[in-house]
Structures are given as C-alpha cells and as structure tokens.
Design a protein around this ligand. Structure first.
Ligand code: 26Y
Length: 805
C-alpha cells in the first residue's frame, strides 16, 4: 500500500499545474487574484522540490540497503547560487514546466529570476564544492556534502560614491524551498570546560571532558539532483540552536537574563559566513563554527556506520572524508577523541582508523591564508582536543627524531606546534601528518605544495602521500544552464546531449571550427549574450556599453595577488593613448568595453582602494565623448553566482593575471573558455593546463614563470621604478626584448603588449571565431566530472552506485 501511494505520478503538464495550484493555495495560502511572480516562483519551487524529494528518498533508501563506501565532503563553504533552473534542467523537466506555467499566465524565465542566491561561500573554494556536488550526483557516487547553514551569506556589495559598501545578506527572509528542515536530526555539541584524568578499569588513563557550554546542531538537507540520472544526493547543513537542558539549569537558578544570553550565543554560531577569502583571521567564533559542524557531522557519519553492525576496524571501508582546505581539520582530532574517549579504543587502534579515513585538499600557498590557531584559544574552547594535538605532535616528532637524530632545527620546522608567544597550531601540518593523501588543485600548484609548502614532509612521508587533482567546473550549470543557446547549438551539431555527461566529446566540434556557417551561429550567440549583459550594465551601472566592442572581463575577488591594479593601470594607459590620437587614427581603433566585478573583504583597505580607483577611472573615461566609442569601463556591483551566469557567456576575453605561483588554480578561467571566451593570462594555476589543451595559438599567455618570480622580487627591491614616457620608448623596447635580462618586473608592459595583440586578432572575425570554437572544444579535461573521477579512483576508492530503474 505504501509503495502504491508513494509511486510517482506521471509528470504531465496537467499534473504540474495541479501541483502548482496546490502549493499556491495550501503551502502559500494564496488565491489566484493574489499571485505575483514571486508567489508563482515559490509555488513552482515547492512542486519541483517534491520531485527532488522523491528521487532523494529512493536514492538514500537504496544506499542504505547496499551500504557502500561513501565519501563525505566537508566544507565551510558551499556557493550554490540559485537552484530552480538547475533542478529543472538536471531533472530534465524544464520544458514541461515552462509550458505548464506559461498556460497559467507566467513566464518561467521571469520566475527563475525571483530566486535569491544561496551564497554560502566566498569564491573559488566554495563554488568548487558546489560543482563537485553536481558531479558526484551526476556520476552516481554515494556522497554527502556537510557544512554550515549560515543565516547570512556573503555580504551584498553596492557601490556608493565609488566605494564598496556592504549589506547583510539575510537570504532566508521568505523561507527556502530548497531545504528540508530536519527537526528530528539533531546532535549535541559542547565547548569549553576542563578534562579530568582518572585511572581506567584496565589500568590506563581515561579522560573525561566536562564542558561548560552546550548547543544543539539541527540538520537542514539540500537535495542535489544529478543530470540524466535518478541519483539525488544531499548537502546537509547544520544550524545551531540552544540546548534546553543547559538553559533550564540557569533558569532554575533564577538567572533569567543569563539563560537568554546563552540562547542567543548558541544561535550566533551559525549566524554568518566570514567574508575573508585567502586571508586568515584568528576569530574565536570562526573556530567555534569549525568545531560545531565537524562535531555534528561525525556523529551523523558514525550513526550511519553503526547501522551496519560492523566493528570499528571496518570503518574505513565505509567512510572517506575529504577536507576542503584545513577549515574542517579539527574533525581529525574529533574522530581520534571519539574513538578513544567514547568508544574505548586505544591510541594506536584509533590512529590506524583515523589516518585511513581522511584526506586533505590544499587551495593556497599564500602564507597569510594558512590557518594557525593559538594554543590558548584551542585550550579554552576544546581542552581535550588540544591534549590530543600535543600527543599527535609528540609521537610524530619522536619518529622524526629517530630518522634525523639530533636535528633540533628540523623538529622545530616540522612541528605541528609553532613556538612563539603564544604558541600556535599549524593546521596544514596537522592535516598533512594525519591524512593519507594531500592534494593541490592544479599541476603547478601541486608542485609548489610539494616543493615549497611541505617539502620536508614529502621527504619524510614519501611522495606517495602527495598528489594533484586539477580542478574542474560543472558543464551543466556553466554551459547548459548559463548559456542555453550555445548548449542547444552544440547538442544539435553533435546530434546528442551526451557531451553534457562526457565533456571530452566537445572535441568533435573542432571539425566545424572553420565552417563559416557554424562560425556565424557561434558568434551570433556570443553577440546576443553580450546584448543581455549590456542590458544588465545599463540597469545597474547606468552606462550604455557598445555591444560590438571587445568585452574584456576581470571578475573575481579583489586581491593584490590577482592584480586588478595592474589591469586598471593598463586601462588608464590605453585611455591616455587614445587622447593623443588624431581623429583619423582614433577611427581605426578596436572598441573595447572593460568590465570589472568582485567583492573585497570588508577590512582589506588596499583592495577597497582598487575598487574606488576603477570607479573613479570609469567616471572619467565614460564621460569623454570623443573616446568613449573606443573605450568604456564599468564596475558591476555585487558579483555572485547569478551574475557570473550572465557575465561569463558574454565575454570575448577574460583576464587571469595573478603573479606566477600565487593563484592555485582558478576555475572561472575554465568557465570563460567553455563559453567561447579567450583567456589573457599569466603562466599560473590552471591557465597552464588550459593552454596545453587549447594550444598556444588559442590563449594569450604572457609574463614570467614561477621560478623567476622570487629572483625578480629580489631585484625589484634594489631596482628603480619605470616610467612609460615616449622619450624612453627605445629604452622600454630594449627592456622588453630582454637586453637587460628577463623583463620580469616589467609585466605591466607585457600586459599592455598582450592587449594590443588581442586588438589585432579581434579584427579578423573569422580567425577569432575559429579560436573561440577551438578553445571551447578543448575544454573536456576541465569538467568537474573528470576531477571527481580522479578523486574517487585515486583518493577515496569509491565506485558509482546508480539507483536501479
Ligand atoms: C582561512 C580562511 C579565512 C580562508 C577562507 C577562504 C582561507 C581561504 C579561503 C578561500 C580560498 C579559495 O577560495 N581558494 C581558491 O580555491 C579555488 C578552488 O580550488 C582555486 O581555484 C583558487 O585558485 C583559490 O584561490
């Protein structure tokens, strides 16, 4: 009877309309006379959610019966963006929905626009986690994402008088149809207090942690549908709430105010996402967030494992845990603690299990981004964990000492504890010592991780512990959804949609790269995407950009190492050159629209000044009536996933110009090329591998290689500034051609040169179209499906488990 009642009904247009009306009238309590686009969006969303829940339930039920090895992806950030369009496309029901809704008087494209982004991440690392979840579902892997359900996502940015201003992103105001609150799935989480050591029954010591603060974690499930499969996996995000037991105690003691404060303190833990990207700030609340979510997550994982009835030794056969950077690293210590203090294993038994379960992805080599919690703070919040970290370090250093007797300096350098006042814990070293595998996110980056960041650990543990998994992006969101017309053209040309499941099939487009008819269609789609972006810019920046110009884009977090400053200098230089031109020469210039977007961390002064400079320059450049035909400049406010979906399909070129060796990978570079944009970039991160795939003729790489950077920094210290003065033209020329050695500190000049090359190329329309097609057709490697298969095979050792039909 249950089976019969829960069997999915055929999803006809009529059924969709029934469900829509049902949710409008019952879930939302609206009448037909009171349905605006937002209500219609909500009604559609709730009915799509029902579809997701059906698939989710059968996927989970099936996984429970098979009990395979699962991967758990732990991340402080999931930058999901909108869900409706993505769910409709992945479930393959978008057309049916659009038709059904159309007949009720609504336009699906308008409804999709009503959704607020789930912006629970800063940038690359958070968006990567979201792409990985899409691939895990699409490839039928048994997988879970775990993280925090922040009440406030990354702040909203507006530009006031040229300056960035921040506004809170309370994204849950009107409820959230894309989550299922699980009031029944809760776990206690404790902080603070002391540890009591006593003699155990078998003679050894036992440790009892008596915490002073208790909160509760409540699960919220975000179903993630795969594309072209029934597999629907889950991101489980935890929300904190006060624990009743505890506040009763204060309440009964007559301390009403105290108990209310404890309530709000508890809820504060999951209030907001820290808006720093690649910059560590040692805030106590952030450490609480980290422990809060891994503590709840491990209880959930262990509960699931215990259902198998198998002994602890079998745990690693059921569980792989991936740490998205060091942010969830305290989870390693938590598992060791649970196994020893709660499950009664001895140290070695617990250690064997822990080290078979965890693996760690490093996303940056920038020293200022590496987490180092101070020992006093860790002791205060997590006294038992601090003891365990000291023990892990002790055993580790003892074995280093055995290998390198008497080398005190080596012990100091490799110690998980950094000496100083106060001492601190190097979280990356802790992760390297405890994980079976450590990976970087692009070939060059993984190389630097091994040679620069962890070189002594590579020597000590062997190179086998270290590997590379080059990042990728999901072609479902970043081509099929963001660029529906290009997706349709590709499907029509390849006579199948299968490329969306196997992106390497894009290579078959290469045979059409010189076909004038295909080029025309390809470039017409680019032109219409540019028009769409131009409309957005008109609405949000009050600038009417020339859609026939080269659209030259740099959108990403504002950071010194990403060198937006160098880019804006190049733009100002270009503007000044235009001023000197006669009308005749001016008329021959290739028009250009330069587009910046991106958020700065609220406390990052220099980055904020770069935003101000861009906006000030825009105010001069755009109002010069003589030259604005040839050069326009805009800063589009509030860069987020939804805006990226408009900008990326509309770019002719995009800039990825970090100092060599600083950008671990970059992932938007992949998205731009996938959409037929060309890269202007340095020899850094994934740019290198993208260039290998496209061939050097279809990417504009410039600048020096990583090993030269150090050398140059040194020279720069003793060198003098350079002036771009016409009188020095010949001098500059000789610098450029290398007469005085590597032209490294003159990268701004090389950047200017590269932009000239772009102008020249753009004038040959057919050649440009060919480059655009060939580059996009070479992007097979950069599907996150390939990344996930790499992880599954080489690190997690898990297999796909497609649900039975
Ligand atoms: C410690 C804390 C404040 C912190 C918070 C966020 C540290 C780092 C981050 C975020 C880092 C990040 O987004 N890194 C980016 O990861 C991408 C995915 O691997 C890379 O493509 C990109 O190059 C890298 O900067």
């Amino acid at each position: 009877r249950w089976k019969k009642l829960t069997a999915p009904k055929e999803l006809t247009e009529e059924h969709i309309q029934e469900e829509f009306v049902n949710h409008a009238t019952k879930t939302l309590a609206r009448s037909a006379f009171n349905m605006d686009d937002f209500a219609a969006y909500q009604a559609s969303a709730y009915s799509v959610r029902d579809q997701l829940i059906d698939q989710w339930n059968s996927t989970q039920m099936y996984h429970t019966t098979v009990s395979p090895k699962r991967v758990y992806y732990l991340s402080l950030e999931f930058l999901i963006g909108r869900s409706m369009d993505n769910a409709l496309l992945n479930l393959g029901i978008k057309d049916r929905y659009a038709n059904a809704i159309d007949k009720l008087g609504f336009n699906m494209e308008d409804l999709v626009e009503q959704e607020t982004d789930a912006a629970l991440g800063n940038g690359g690392l958070g968006r990567l986690a979201a792409c990985f979840m899409d691939s895990l579902a699409t490839l039928d892997y048994p997988a879970w994402g775990y993280g925090i359900r922040y009440n406030y996502g990354i702040f909203e940015q507006s530009i006031v008088d040229g300056y960035q201003t921040e506004h809170p992103d309370y994204w849950l105001t009107f409820g959230n149809p894309w989550e299922i609150q699980r009031l029944d799935i809760t776990y206690p989480v404790a902080f603070g207090g002391t540890v009591i050591r006593s003699k155990g029954a078998s003679g050894g010591f036992v440790y009892t942690w008596e915490p002073t603060e208790r909160v509760v974690a409540v699960a919220h499930d975000f179903p993630i549908p795969g594309f072209g499969t029934k597999s629907t996996i889950n991101i489980r995000l935890w929300s904190s709430k006060p624990s009743n037991e505890f506040d009763f105690a204060s309440f009964n003691a007559g301390e009403y105010e105290k108990s209310v404060k404890e309530q709000t303190d508890a809820e504060n833990i999951t209030s907001c996402l820290y808006p720093n990207d690649n910059h560590y700030i040692g805030k106590k609340l952030r450490l609480k967030q980290q422990y809060f979510f891994v503590c709840a997550t491990l209880q959930d994982i262990i509960r699931r494992f215990k259902k198998t009835g198998e002994p602890w030794s079998e745990f690693p056969k059921h569980v792989a845990i991936q740490l998205n950077d060091t942010h969830p690293t305290i989870g390693i210590v938590e598992l060791q603690r649970i196994l020893i203090d709660e499950e009664g294993l001895d140290w070695d038994g617990a250690w064997k299990i822990v080290t078979k379960v965890y693996s760690y992805t490093n996303h940056t080599v920038l020293p200022e981004a590496l987490e180092k919690w101070t020992v006093p703070l860790l002791k205060e919040l997590l006294p038992r964990h601090m003891m365990i970290i000291f023990d892990i370090n002790l055993f580790f250093l003892q074995s280093v000492e055995r290998r390198y007797p008497g080398d005190r300096e080596k012990l100091r350098r490799m110690s998980i504890i950094e000496e100083g006042v106060p001492q601190s814990v190097r979280m990356a070293y802790l992760a390297v010592v405890c994980c079976h595998t450590v990976n970087g996110v692009a070939e060059l980056h993984s190389d630097l991780v091994q040679k620069q960041l962890f070189s002594e650990f590579v020597e000590y543990f062997g190179a086998g512990r270290f590997t590379n998994v080059t990042n990728g992006v999901t072609p479902r969101r970043w081509l099929h959804q963001a660029n529906p017309r290009l997706s349709a053209l590709i499907t029509k040309t390849l006579k199948s949609q299968h490329w969306l499941k196997d992106l390497s099939e894009l290579a078959k487009l290469k045979q059409f790269a010189s076909d004038p008819e295909f080029q025309r269609k390809w470039m017409e789609i680019k032109a219409s995407n540019k028009k769409r972006l131009a409309e957005h810019i008109a609405a949000h920046c009050n600038v009417y950009v020339n859609p026939d110009a080269i659209f030259d884009v740099q959108c990403k977090r504002i950071h010194e190492y990403k060198r937006q400053f160098m880019n804006i200098l190049q733009v100002i230089h270009r503007y000044e050159e235009l001023q000197k031109m006669t009308d005749e020469v001016l008329a021959k210039q290739v028009p250009r629209v330069v587009i910046f977007a991106g958020k700065s961390a609220p406390g990052y002064y220099i980055a904020k000044m770069v935003i101000k400079l861009i906006n000030n320059a825009a105010n001069v450049i755009n109002y010069n009536l003589r030259t604005s035909k040839y050069l326009q400049l805009v800063f589009i406010p509030n860069y987020n996933v939804s805006l990226a979906e408009i900008i990326i399909p509309a770019s002719d070129i995009s800039q990825h110009i970090s100092t060599a060796g600083t950008e671990a990978s970059g992932t938007s570079n992949m998205k731009f090329v996938l959409n037929g944009g060309l890269i202007v970039g340095t020899v850094d991160g994934a740019n290198i591998e993208i260039g290998e795939e496209t061939g050097p003729e279809n990417i504009f790489l410039f600048g020096v290689l990583t090993p030269e950077v150090e050398d140059i920094r040194h020279k720069q210290t003793y060198g003098t500034g350079i002036k771009v003065d016409p009188k020095l033209d010949s001098v500059v020329e000789s610098i450029r051609d290398g007469t005085y050695g590597q032209p490294a500190i003159f990268e701004p000049l090389l950047h200017i040169d590269t932009m000239r090359k772009v102008d020249a190329c753009f004038q040959n329309k057919a050649e440009w179209a060919k480059k655009s097609i060939l580059a996009a057709a070479s992007m097979g490697k950069f599907s996150s499906d390939r990344s996930i298969n790499d992880y599954a095979k080489n690190i997690w050792h898990i297999s796909p488990l497609p649900p039975p039909e």
